[in-house]
Design a protein around this ligand. Structure first.
Ligand code: NAD
Length: 477
């Protein structure tokens, strides 16, 4: 069934600003290259109005109780579930992932709203025994203030929800700029929040020139907290700007996850799992597996099964039944995959796949580079696409050294049945997330965040609420 696609608007408090009122840019269907809609571009006045709206909203939203906020967020989760098909269709049409994956994203987003709804109820202050008889020493928690958030296009709904849910749960108002390529899911989510009883001015949504919006909001006196998910260079420049203006930031930046496969495992079984993990969302996953280091004894068995599984992935329009991998979300990713492949071939590495599929849409083959020069571009730059690197190693130390020899540290994975080897690997891997015999390292109730250039702060878990709270010490004489 085809769902209607609604024209995107800017949301600033009660106003809805459509494409007919502003300069525009097109929203494209990555499976066909066709224009789906025109997106209005925020003006400087819109950015200022959104920050002022957030400041006004903060004054009343901060004084709601955590019980009231819980009930609105829980009702919004129910509204999201009731619009699951509409949301999934919108995600797939704008971003390309298969509908089944888009439905999973809606479910996880609803659970994230529920997690933060309830977590706000568990955000406690404390009483510190007073050193002066009769006095009281209290630590109270308060929301940090109006938030500016920037979410990317790879998970159009949950990337936004992981910022909106903790901000609202803590009592903050928020201005969010989802990626211009994928506006629809966040706009539907805001409708769900309003249906659930959220006052109209608490969430505003802007689209336009990303640098203009982020600079305008970070510089504005009203905004107190920044949250960004995206690439390392952009994140670092926004973190620097936030620091200049004395504002806290949470940065979820890229990764380039190593996977260490040790020689005691059932290699074909791990390779089949690797294919499902790697090609999910066409590899456009910040914590997705990219660099596979496989111990020599199981290397051939792993590579053969992995290659067969990659060739068997059904690539096509994510709205069609049976499709396992959709197009890349935008043509920048397609160009990047072609560049990585040219570089790998030039360096004499083995290339399985490595070609664009068809003339329309951003389709690219599930691709494996093996036995490639470690100086190749794909080893240094996060591929962020359906591209896996596979290399053999002999000793555990060598695998750890290669795994850690990179500027980023978001996630890593290790496959071994030996408890001792698991422990050595967990201790040695320099990442914020480690999956042992699994590629899943993200749940609503668990902290998600990287180290090194992968950013700072967490989303998810009780750690995910913390960036939106401040502490107030009160001494009562
Ligand atoms: P990009 O760096 O231009 O943009 C990444 C995201 O940041 C987009 O959503 C974009 O709208 C936003 N953005 C860009 N400049 C901004 C600015 N000045 N202020 C605020 N937001 C801004 O790159 P891209 O071509 O969209 O993606 C390329 C790379 O970004 C990928 O290769 C990957 O490394 C990284 N990325 C990471 C994630 C993640 O989940 N951490 C998601 C998407 C992209």
């Amino acid at each position: 069934m085809v769902h209607p696609y609604r024209e995107p608007t800017l949301i600033i408090g009660k106003s809805r600003i459509s494409a007919k009122d502003r300069l525009t840019r097109p929203v494209l269907d990555p499976a066909t290259g066709e224009t789906i809609a025109m997106l209005p571009i925020a003006t400087t006045d819109d950015i200022r109005a959104a920050a002022e709206t957030a400041a006004r909203a903060y004054e009343h939203w901060r004084s709601t109780t955590s019980h009231q906020r819980q009930s609105i967020l829980r009702a919004a989760a129910a509204a999201l579930r009731s619009r699951r098909e509409d949301l999934a269709w919108t995600i797939t049409t704008e971003q390309g992932k298969p509908l089944a994956e888009a439905r999973g994203e809606v479910d996880a987003s609803a659970e994230t709203l529920e997690w933060f709804a309830d977590e706000a109820r568990r955000a406690y202050g404390r009483i510190i025994p007073s050193r002066i008889p009769g006095n009281r020493q209290l630590v109270e928690i308060e929301p940090v203030g109006p938030v500016a958030a920037f979410a990317p296009w790879n998970f159009p709904l949950i990337n936004s929800i992981r910022k909106i849910a903790p901000a609202l749960a803590a009592g903050c108002s928020i201005v969010i700029k989802p990626a211009e390529e994928t506006p629809g899911a966040t706009l539907i989510a805001v409708e769900c929040l309003l249906e659930a009883g959220l006052p109209e001015d608490v969430v505003s949504v802007l689209f336009g020139n990303p640098a203009e919006i982020s600079e305008g909001l970070i510089r504005s006196a009203q905004i107190r907290k920044i949250s960004f998910t995206g690439s390392v260079p952009v994140g670092q420049s926004l973190a620097a700007l936030a620091a200049t203006h004395g504002k806290r930031s949470t940065m979820e930046l890229g990764g380039h996850a190593p996977v260490i496969v040790l020689d005691d495992v059932d290699a074909p079984k791990v390779a089949a799992l690797a294919s499902a993990g790697k090609f999910r969302n066409a590899g456009q996953v910040c914590n997705g597996a990219t660099r596979f280091y496989v111990q020599r004894g199981v290397y051939d068995a792993f590579l053969t099964t992995f290659a067969d599984a990659a060739k068997a992935v059904v690539v096509g329009d994510g709205r069609k039944d049976g499709v396992q991998m959709g197009p890349l979300a935008n043509d920048r990713r397609l160009t990047a995959m072609e560049r990585f492949t040219t570089d790998a071939r030039r360096r004499g590495g083995g290339v399985i796949g490595g070609a664009r599929l068809g003339d329309a849409g951003n389709f690219f083959q599930p691709t494996i580079f093996h036995d490639l020069d470690p100086q190749a571009d794909a080893y240094r730059v996060e591929p962020f696409g359906p591209l896996a690197l596979v290399a053999p190693f002999d000793e555990e130390e060598e695998a750890l050294r290669r795994a850690n020899d990179i500027n980023v540290g978001l996630s890593s994975f290790v496959f071994t049945d030996s408890a001792k080897r698991q422990r050595r690997m967990i201790d040695g891997l320099q990442t914020g997330l480690v999956g042992v015999n699994t590629f899943t390292v993200s749940f609503p109730e668990t902290p998600f965040g990287g180290i090194k250039d992968s950013g700072h702060g967490h989303e998810g878990g009780s750690e995910g609420l913390e960036p939106y709270l401040v502490r107030k010490f009160v001494h009562v004489a």
